[in-house]
Design a protein around this ligand. Sequence first.
Ligand SMILES: [Ca+2]
Ligand SMILES: [Ca+2]
Length: 269
Amino acid sequence: MARVSGFGVLGIRGAAAAGVLVAAFGAQASPYATGWLGYNPGSNPNATYADPNSALGSPTRFTGVQFNYEGAVNPFFAPFDPQDMVAISPGGSLTLSFDHNVYNRPENPFGIDFNVFGNWFYQEVGGVAVSKYGAIGGKIEVSKDGSDWRTVQVQFTDGFATLGYVDTFITDRAPAGNIPTDFTKAVDPSLNPMGKTLAQIIAGYNGSGGGTGVDIDSTGLDFIRFVRLSNPETNTGNLYLDGIAAIPTPVTASLFVIASIIAPRRRRA
Ligand SMILES: [Ca+2]
Ligand SMILES: [Ca+2]
């Protein structure tokens, strides 16, 4: 991850000092949802995918374990284990919480502040993506305090299918790769996966794990702590939520601050 490699600039002492500062300021402990508060499975609950805890932590990189049909997650092979995701049927909703404030940062690539992951995927014909399956919408709202909710401009399934690894190029039942993608990195919204092979899509993701990128700028909020996904009553299908991932604070700015704090101590030593 960028954060870890960034510490290489300062060496072990710098990393240790940064660790102290992170602890002192209570900075983000997890980029993913760490809690949920309020799960309404909706009018047509799916009892197999009924555990909201499946939407906490990292999105899924390897799926099918519970069905004995394992494979690395890629845009042609979506997560489908009950431990991977939770269902929200029409009329239902689920609220997730981050353990830190997620800010609207204009300097984030494409303005995106967090990613949302589901189980939509690309249908493959002749080795290329020809259509998006399971893109049935879904309303995303954000909140600072869990009571004042603002709707964002994108819908749940507007974004990109999940990719678990950058070094697996088999579309169906691939073994786990060695290089995980970054779920906290946004895909360029102008990328069009249709007509592309898995290798071309992986190149287009540029290290990202996919997802729907959300920019909270239009909500007027400077930061958010809660994300609510709702399935409109007018929908006919279920939404399957795998997880959410916050875009981290740019590392370079943080390290310059840390370096300026620890440098005088080194000179006195
Ligand atoms: Ca933003
Ligand atoms: Ca999950």
